[in-house]
Design a binder for this molecule. Structure first.
Ligand SMILES: [Fe+2]
Length: 289
């Protein structure tokens, strides 16, 4: 029998929708990633409605000292304006989109836009951020078509150019909190992150949906592959709200199967099937027996 001697909190987080997480750091500061949840329904494009989380509002966020953007497509920034209005956070984004962010959200103080570049290291109150080149999954949209079509998710004409730039600039990153806990954020294609993770060794790796297949065995195999390559203790999937909205229960079955594969093959990494908006706390425990 093990007796729990002591416990120390590493980080708390919750997956809200798409690539939007609320992350509470050990020093009490809060990071919101890619804010997108409850945007207006689009009757002309049913596909655009699959990325919504009905009923979650900006008022439901508990805090936001920093926003970090992976890229600026509509399903990553639809609620950014409201978040800026409510919390006046620092918005950390790639320098390729920084001027456009400042122009669209024109009431924001210019120094609240924090432009970063690839392969940089940046220091904030409560965490260090290391940035890496990211790549969007292939999309057959030209600049011309994107500008003509606009952003079908937010349906906000002010976001058209940011939406187009979202196909060009995509940024992955590693956050190291003051207590040394490391969280990696990987969107889009692998783009070398598998190689980098070998050295970064995050405690937790957040990863967007790897493939769209609705075949449990195949999808679980792909997730198992990432678990192996992540060198993380835990993988937390994101951007699988489409699965949740189309086929509730599929993701849980898939992630359970991936965990079973890991257990069978002796891999000491587990994948969490997060419930949207539920808080999760990671703790380090010391037990004795
Ligand atoms: Fe995107």
């Amino acid at each position: 029998m093990n007796d729990l001697l002591m416990s120390s909190e590493s980080v708390s987080f919750r997956w809200i929708n798409c690539q939007c997480f609320e992350i509470r750091l050990p020093n009490g500061k809060t990071i919101i990633t890619d804010p997108c949840y409850d945007y207006k329904k689009n009757p002309d494009v049913p596909l655009a409605n699959l990325f919504r989380l009905e009923g979650f509002k900006t008022e439901d966020l508990e805090g936001c000292d920093y926003v970090i953007l992976n890229h600026t497509h509509g399903d990553h920034i639809s609620n950014l304006g409201e978040v800026i209005e409510r919390f006046s956070p620092k918005v950390i984004c790639h320098s390729g989109v920084a001027a456009e962010i400042a122009e669209v959200y024109e009431d924001m103080e210019l120094t609240s836009v924090y432009a970063v570049d690839y392969d940089g290291t940046y220091y904030f109150d409560g965490f260090k951020m290391e940035t890496f080149h990211g790549e969007h999954k292939p999309q057959r949209f030209t600049w011309k078509r994107t500008m003509a079509e606009g952003d079908i998710i937010s349906q906000d004409p002010r976001l058209t150019r940011l939406h187009a730039l979202g196909g060009l600039f995509n940024m992955n990153y590693l956050l190291t909190f003051d207590n040394g806990f490391r969280m990696a954020f990987v969107g889009g294609t692998s783009d070398g992150m598998d190689e980098r993770l070998r050295k970064l060794r995050p405690n937790i790796a957040l990863r967007n949906k790897i493939a769209n297949d609705m075949d449990t065995e195949k999808a679980a195999g792909e997730w198992y592959g990432f678990m192996e390559q992540s060198y993380a203790q835990f993988v937390v999937p994101m951007h699988f709200e489409v699965w949740e909205n189309q086929n509730p229960g599929f993701s849980e079955k898939t992630f359970d199967r991936a965990n079973q594969m890991a257990a069978e093959r002796g891999l000491n990494c587990r994948i969490l099937a997060p419930k949207r908006t539920r808080w999760y706390t990671v703790k380090m425990n010391i037990c004795c027996r």
